[in-house]
Design a protein around this ligand. Structure first.
Ligand code: NAD
Ligand code: UGA
Length: 470
């Protein structure tokens, strides 16, 4: 029986391993983590992350061939394949601060693997890492060589949150990079056999290590670049009277461009796009390619511009001040169908409005008050570092912020509404009731283009949609 151990029970480690366990009943899969509250939650009825379909998958195999444990060393020692899916945040201090990937967690996991191993292992980079990381990891793994053979593979993950289970069941591709040696090729074959339980052969791509590592950064950079491109167009649409949805549709019907990922928004968020592009920028700079670095840096700059533009629109529309005005924030997660708030544009928008002395009433059905207060009091890039991974760190209260459990409560007596996540619930609100309960003039700033602006205007709202005529 092949034994798999995954270090890191987060958004990637948990769902990915649950699907492997489901599809490969003869493989024992143990997911380990140093964060005991996370492991306890994985072993409870309330999983630590919200992901459609995940409960069902976990319920089918937990206790059968899927286990969650804090006994990291024991399970690593027993495994044949060790996935490393720990966080790889942006460095906050020292060389490369604000750009380079912080590999502290990865390195400590690699040292631990080297220390506790008593048998040969395949070590799989599941985390997103800078290109050439495998070389450093190889050195760490073999530093106290005890005659044990480690084969390193790069197997980056392409799932998106909110659709993780569907993405894992039916991936566009699985990418496996390895050394071009007989040992490396054998390791690739072993991992390929795992995925072959449910992924068709032609969708399992095998490359060298560096191509696999770089492809992950490249894929996220290309995806984010599409959003910044359409968001840049949205500003031009607003200036000219064009409608960004019509422009997206018109360009997306060109099969070379394609229709997906062309929704203009208040900006992209999530734990990876910004971090991975900054990482790419840093690698380009380190390799003496400043022009390439600057090209990708622009993707982040446009995203920051889009968030600032949104805040400025709110303030300027509301007679140049939101001081003391109640603003309802509908949605705080970085996209719908997740409770994840990492790098959500809502943080920057809320901070911008708070800076103009607004009073915010925030509602998101999947995000807790504790999380929102924590996010609003945290410094940039701090969110993915250990102190903040502990749910026990107390949130900082803020007199200007209230977090409520109902959209209508958030809206009551508000001067304006900002829709920051595209939850379906916000399309279905009774907007006549909403209007009746608001201060007048009643403003709606739709950062996700989810409401029917014309209908709302008929009710009496002043509506601002991204990239659309006023
Ligand atoms: P996460 O923060 O949700 O999970 C990482 C987990 O690793 C945490 O629970 C942390 O406690 C644990 N950990 C850290 N150091 C450890 C150690 N030494 N031993 C044991 N456990 C340790 O992160 P995530 O969102 O799952 O992302 C993990 C990696 O996958 C990152 O590199 C990310 O870029 C990449 N990725 C994420 C996504 C996504 O949608 N979130 C998608 C693709 C790739
Ligand atoms: C993204 C990628 O889609 C995954 O392939 C990748 O594995 C993952 O990053 C990662 O490496 O972490 P994710 O961040 O979960 O997945 O979600 P996306 O659906 O890509 O959305 C990211 C952000 O872009 C969200 O804030 C979303 O609202 C925004 N977005 C997306 C737009 O503003 N417009 C669009 O057309 C699409």
């Amino acid at each position: 029986m092949v034994k798999i151990c995954c270090i890191g029970a987060g958004y990637v480690g948990g769902p990915t391993m649950a699907v492997i366990a489901l599809k490969c009943p003869e493989i024992e899969v143990v997911v380990v983590d140093i964060a005991a509250p996370r492991i306890n939650a994985w072993n409870s009825e309330h999983l630590p992350i919200y992901e459609p379909g995940l409960d069902d998958v976990v319920n089918q195999c937990r206790g059968r061939n899927l286990f969650f444990s804090t006994d990291v060393e024991k399970h690593v020692a027993e495994a044949d394949i060790v996935f490393v899916s720990v966080n790889t945040p942006t460095k906050t201090q020292g060389l490369g601060a604000g750009k380079a990937a912080d590999l502290t967690y990865w390195e400590s996991a690699a040292r631990m693997i080297a220390d506790v191993s008593k048998s040969d292992k395949i070590v799989v980079e599941k985390s997103t890492v800078p290109v050439k990381t495998a070389e450093a990891i190889e050195r760490i793994l073999t530093h106290n060589r005890k005659g044990i053979n480690f084969d390193i593979l790069s197997n980056p993950e392409f799932l998106a949150e909110g659709t993780a289970i569907a993405d894992l069941f039916n991936p566009d591709r699985v990418l496996i990079g390895g050394r071009e040696t007989p040992g490396g090729q054998k390791a690739i074959k072993t991992l390929k056999d795992v995925y072959a339980h449910w992924v068709p052969d032609e969708r399992i791509l095998c490359t060298n290590l560096w191509s696999a590592e770089l492809s992950k950064l490249a894929a996220n950079a290309f995806l984010a670049q599409r959003i910044s491109s359409v968001n840049a167009m949205s500003a031009l649409c607003e200036a000219t009277g064009a409608d960004v949805s019509q422009v997206s549709h018109a360009i997306g019907t060109d099969t070379r461009i394609g229709p997906k990922f062309l929704n203009a928004s208040v900006g992209f968020g999530g734990s990876c796009f910004q971090k991975d592009i900054l990482n790419l920028v840093y690698i380009c700079e380190c390799n003496g390619l400043p022009e390439v670095a600057n090209y990708w840096k622009q993707v982040i700059k446009v995203n920051d511009y889009q968030k600032t533009r949104f805040v400025n629109r709110v303030v300027s529309s509301m007679f140049n001040t939101v001081s003391g005005k109640k603003i309802a924030i509908l949605g705080f997660a970085f996209k719908k169908d997740t409770g994840d708030t990492r790098e959500t544009p809502a943080i920057d928008v809320c901070k911008g409005l708070l800076g103009d002395k607004a009073n915010l009433s925030i509602y998101d059905s999947q995000v807790t008050e504790e999380q929102i207060l924590k996010d609003l009091s945290m410094k940039k890039f701090d969110w993915d570092h250990p102190a903040h991974l502990q749910p026990s760190s107390p949130p900082t209260s803020n007199k200007q912020v209230s977090v409520v459990s109902d959209a209508y409560e958030a809206i009551k007596d508000a001067h304006g509404i900002c829709i920051l996540t595209e939850w379906d619930e916000f399309k279905k609100l009774d907007y006549q009731k909403v209007y009746d309960n608001m201060q007048k003039p009643a403003f709606v700033f739709d950062g996700r283009n989810v409401v029917d602006a014309n209908n709302l205007r008929e009710i009496g709202f002043i509506v601002y949609s991204i990239g659309k005529p006023l």
